[in-house]
Design a binder for this molecule. Structure first.
Ligand code: PSV
Ligand code: MN
Ligand code: MN
Length: 388
């Protein structure tokens, strides 16, 4: 396809994908963390790197922070720094998974003092949101148990509600709380927010400002993720995505790397459900680049999302609907697959150039020499997720 319809391009132009600050730091597995030369040494440098992704793609105008990994003395200053780099600060992620006190839980802990400590951390995150101009507080909880009988499952769910309600009350009028689920890890037997149903039940009990966050890597193999997307949109509770891809567990690989067709199906349901370019649904990445360069890894990711969005927007929905109503199974499937198989890359390259962007952002970034410059300038980078 050499050109894309102008109404489709109008929609694509509005697309924005938030980048995770931690994607720019070093990360790895429990076996080894490979350091990349030029890795950011502080949140300022992470934001500078994220801004490169936006400069070459015009797709990533905001950067999510993780607290305390991205703790700074002045969030006003960090906000100004982001603006100077051409981006804005986005979602604030809380972190209750790296403190000894949270070994047996944080918001669900048996001990009220530990719960209060975790609640206070979320209050601090809300204060930060107000300084950074962020709307969303994203909560992922590493809470659960490893052995049957270890924990009172019901009691933990009740305490989770109480803790979340206390945090929710602290939100400003324009703020939101998004609760992320994950089916296992770090706990192996039970997790307190393992699935969309639990997240939905918890946020529904809080109120309109609480929504579900769907991380595409957080489901059991074979899960029909697009069905969950459809259902949450239908219920008005899909607040955000953490996009990444996986082969086995929570691999945090480049979006669309493992299964581009799944990404296409998910985005198709987002569009079908009215969630595309809708302010209530935040598109974010949650990735770690263990062996590849981080900035190009993020560029590749946002381009993959853009490409699958273009293909999903190409589905002839009128014809598809007619085939569905007529019970024409094969025709309906053909229409759907036709859009998926359409190679939109040349048309997207042409469109980028027409907007003053590089036709090939990966090549343009590689030619810029930025990676060599930061490798020379920066020494002693931090490890994403686990560093200061
Ligand atoms: C947990 O696996 C998670 O997906 C949450 O979003 C965390 O904030 C993030 O990863 C940490 O890397
Ligand atoms: Mn996530
Ligand atoms: Mn994850």
């Amino acid at each position: 396809m050499s050109t894309l319809p102008s109404n489709l391009l109008d929609q694509l132009e509005l697309q924005s994908i938030e980048l995770p600050s931690w994607a720019f730091g070093n990360s790895g597995t429990r076996f080894k963390v490979f350091a990349t030369p030029g890795t950011p040494r502080d949140p300022y440098e992470k934001i500078a790197d994220a801004a490169q992704v936006h400069a070459y793609t015009a797709l990533a105008p905001t950067v999510a922070l993780h607290i305390p990994w991205d703790k700074v003395d002045s969030y006003d200053d960090l906000r100004k720094h982001a603006e100077d780099q051409g981006v804005a600060l986005g979602t604030i992620n809380s972190n209750t998974f790296q403190d000894d006190d949270y070994k047996f839980g944080a918001l669900t802990h048996e001990d009220a003092a530990v719960r209060q400590k975790a609640i206070d951390h979320h209050f601090e995150c809300i204060d930060i949101m107000h300084a950074t101009g962020s709307r969303d507080l994203k909560i992922w909880l590493a809470e659960g148990s490893n052995y049957p009988g270890q924990a009172d499952l019901r009691g933990r769910q009740d305490r989770l509600h109480e803790s979340l309600a206390t945090i929710y009350e602290r939100l400003g009028d324009e703020d939101r709380l998004v609760l992320e689920y994950k089916f296992f890890e770090p706990a192996f037997y039970h997790t307190d927010v393992p699935d969309w149903g639990t997240s939905y039940a918890q946020v529904a009990a809080l109120g309109d400002k609480a929504m579900v966050c769907l991380d595409t890597g957080h489901h059991a193999p074979g899960t029909n993720i697009e069905f969950i997307v459809m259902q949450l949109l239908r219920l008005g509770k899909l607040g955000s995505f953490d996009f990444n891809s996986r082969f086995y567990a929570d691999d945090d690989l480049i979006v669309g790397a493992a299964d581009p067709f799944q990404l296409f199906r998910i985005i198709f349901e987002v569009i079908r459900g009215g969630g595309f370019n809708h302010p209530d649904v935040a598109f974010m990445l949650d990735q770690c680049h263990n062996v590849e360069d981080k900035i190009p890894g993020q560029i590749r990711s946002v381009l993959n999302v853009q490409e699958m969005t273009a293909r999903a927007l190409l589905v002839d929905t009128d014809a598809l609907r007619a085939a569905q109503v007529a019970g024409d199974v094969l025709e309906a499937n053909r229409i759907f697959m036709d859009a998926f198989y359409t190679d939109v890359r040349p048309a997207l390259a042409e469109w980028r150039e027409s907007r003053g962007l590089p036709a090939d952002p990966m090549a343009a970034f590689a030619a810029s020499g930025y990676l060599a410059r930061i490798a020379a300038d920066r020494v002693g980078g931090v490890q994403a997720g686990w560093g200061a």
